[in-house]
Design a protein around this ligand. Structure first.
Ligand code: ASP
Length: 589
């Protein structure tokens, strides 16, 4: 038996007991005659004490020989501490060592393995197995574990069945590039890794499984940002014989259950809902952060026609009211202007208007707008003395997206985005299609299996861009936690959809013939959704980086720097797989 107790569980009531613990040496404080070792395992930290004359010379010597991250076993007596540490769960006690066994030594770790480490991101990723020993990292993975466990518990109580679907499949249409896997047994042919189990879960509905879920890896080859990983996890769900309302209610229930059991957080009442069109108009985003207001105000009627060409030629003049910011200095305002002009945001400029405490206005376009005209802006924007109005203008979609960024930036600057506040929002009625300038054709906004709204059927032939879909997202704190749709379950409508998306009959058959065939054998009405599991857990943890919640994440270039992957193949492997590389000089030996 290596241990009688873990390092986290000893308390005052254990005083007097003889115990054995095992773990990693976090720190040693050696004062000569007396020394303390902090011993760590997954469950916590316990202090070991050795004192000349109290413990044997042999034990004293052994303790002195220990280094950071050595793995040791300590037998001893639990005693009361002179100086209690209320910060530590085991802070009332310490273990007076009577025997010490070195289980394994360690070379000096490249960074300190403590809550606050001196290691930068890169080195911690390279030695992720050491970073994973740190308490804050373990806490994140414990939250992840708890959320997955509670997901399974909840879904089980409402009759969902977990079914695994394959990873070696063919292209799934979620709008990203596929990762592909060459098939040795089928020369020149490739599997694609699933961007999601979308088609399989629909097939399971055709098979009568009624309620499916899976906590599953998905793979998308796209450019990475802080909240994206090439492989990520979804809570993927599908239900038969449902309408949108059933799906929303079921999964609102799941999210409430998860926050209650894993965060001790209860939401007041039902999650608010908003249409996509309204979300775009009020926040310029399909995943608005509604922890704070600062809603968009359309200034077209008060700002146009006054001779200021930039506004007059714009499709949209839109403002936000930054409350209490009229005292922004010239420097702060210039910084904001530069911020919106950065290529990532792409605005050509920004106009501001200060609502001074004395009731006057000061704008960056005083030449065109007198005090009365600016007073109209203020009325429209609901701005009062002390407020600052920020205005962007241009082509509607672009300006909305720029203003969305500016609003979020101001929200962050003004401390309005409390990581411990949770503001869910269902966004409904997404457009079915979006126009892609580059390929000059429509793309499915969600995916090609999403059904159009009945009331918009007539528009399919006349104005496809205006057709709304039975598609919904759950946003929280400015993050898309998940999304889904009620599917098409009729072969003709599905064929029409493929046609709209520019697939020829042959292409549709080659790619999705199996699904179209299945629809000929009695497909029930069905719908579902998927939550981004990593994002959900990160949001619950109050973070916007999903990487922190993944045990072995990849960096921004999609690399795992610990195992050093991706890597070139050996020549033999190329041959075996019938591949030739144009980058062959990189072939591994
Ligand atoms: N397959 C979709 C996605 O990954 C989710 C769904 O429609 O259920 O976004």
């Amino acid at each position: 038996m290596y241990r009688s107790h873990t390092c986290g569980e000893l308390r005052a009531e254990n005083i007097g007991a003889t115990v054995t613990v095992a773990g990693w040496v976090q720190t040693i404080r050696d004062k000569g005659n007396i020394l303390w070792v902090d011993l760590r395992d997954r469950y916590g930290i316990v202090q070991i004490v050795g004192e000349t004359g109290v413990v044997s010379d042999e034990v004293m010597e052994q303790l002195k020989g220990m280094g950071r991250e050595f793995v040791i076993q300590v037998e001893g007596e639990v005693i009361e501490r002179y100086q209690k540490n209320p910060e530590m769960e085991t802070g009332d006690i310490e273990i007076k060592a009577t025997a010490v066994t070195l289980l394994n030594a360690s070379i000096t770790p490249p960074f300190t393995i403590e809550d606050e480490t001196d290691g930068g991101e890169e080195i911690r990723m390279k030695y992720r197995y050491l970073d994973l020993r740190r308490n804050p990292v373990q806490e994140k993975l414990k939250l992840r574990h708890k959320v997955s466990l509670e997901t399974r518990k909840y879904l089980d109580t409402v009759d969902f069945m977990e079914v695994e679907t394959p990873y070696l499949i063919k292209s799934t249409p979620e709008g990203a590039r596929d990762f592909v896997v060459p098939s040795r047994m089928n020369p020149g042919q490739f599997y694609a890794l699933p961007q999601s189990p979308q088609t399989f879960k629909q097939l399971l509905m055709v098979s009568g499984y009624d309620r499916y879920y899976q906590i599953v890896k998905c793979f998308r080859d796209e450019d990475l940002r802080a909240d994206r990983q090439p492989e990520f996890t979804q809570i993927d769900c599908e239900m038969a014989f449902v309408e949108q309302e059933d799906v929303l209610n079921t999964f609102e229930g799941l999210i409430k259950h998860l926050f209650k059991t894993c965060r001790n957080h209860e939401f007041d009442g039902d999650f608010p809902r908003m249409t996509y069109a309204e979300a775009m108009e009020r926040y310029g985003s399909d995943k608005p952060d509604i922890r704070f207001g600062m809603e968009f105000v359309n200034l077209n009627s008060v700002a146009q026609g006054k001779g200021f060409g930039v506004f007059d030629n714009a499709e949209l003049v839109v403002a936000i009211n930054a409350k209490g910011c009229a005292n922004y200095s010239r420097k702060q305002l210039d910084a904001l202007v530069n911020w919106v002009k950065r290529p990532q945001i792409g605005a050509l400029g920004m106009i501001y208007c200060k609502c001074n405490e004395d009731g006057t206005f000061k704008s960056s376009v005083d030449k065109f707008f007198d005090q009365d005209a600016l007073a109209e802006w203020a009325t429209a924007a609901g701005a009062e003395k002390g407020d600052l109005i920020l205005v962007l203008s241009g082509e509607t979609n672009k300006v909305r997206s720029q203003m969305n960024e500016l609003r979020l930036h101001m929200g962050t600057e003004l401390g309005l985005r409390d990581p411990n506040a949770f503001a869910p929002l269902w966004v409904l009625d997404f457009p079915l299609l979006e126009w892609d300038e580059e390929s000059e054709r429509y793309h499915a906004m969600h995916h090609p299996f999403t059904s159009p709204k009945k009331e918009d059927f007539d528009l399919i032939d006349t104005e496809p861009g205006k057709v709304r879909a039975n598609a919904y997202d759950l946003a929280m704190n400015g993050v898309e936690l998940g999304g889904g749709s009620i599917r098409i379950h009729n072969k003709e409508l599905q064929a029409r959809m493929f046609e709209l998306l520019g697939f020829s009959d042959e292409e549709a058959k080659a790619q999705f013939g199996f699904l179209m065939n299945a629809f000929e054998y009695g497909a029930p009405p069905h719908g579902g959704l998927a939550f981004g599991f990593d994002r959900l857990v990160a949001t619950m943890g109050g973070s916007d980086s999903i990487r922190d919640y993944i045990a072995f994440p990849k960096n921004n270039s999609g690399r795992d720097v610990m195992i050093d992957s991706p890597a070139p193949l050996g020549t033999e492997q190329y041959e075996e797989l019938y591949l030739e590389s144009t980058a062959k000089e990189e072939t591994a030996e």
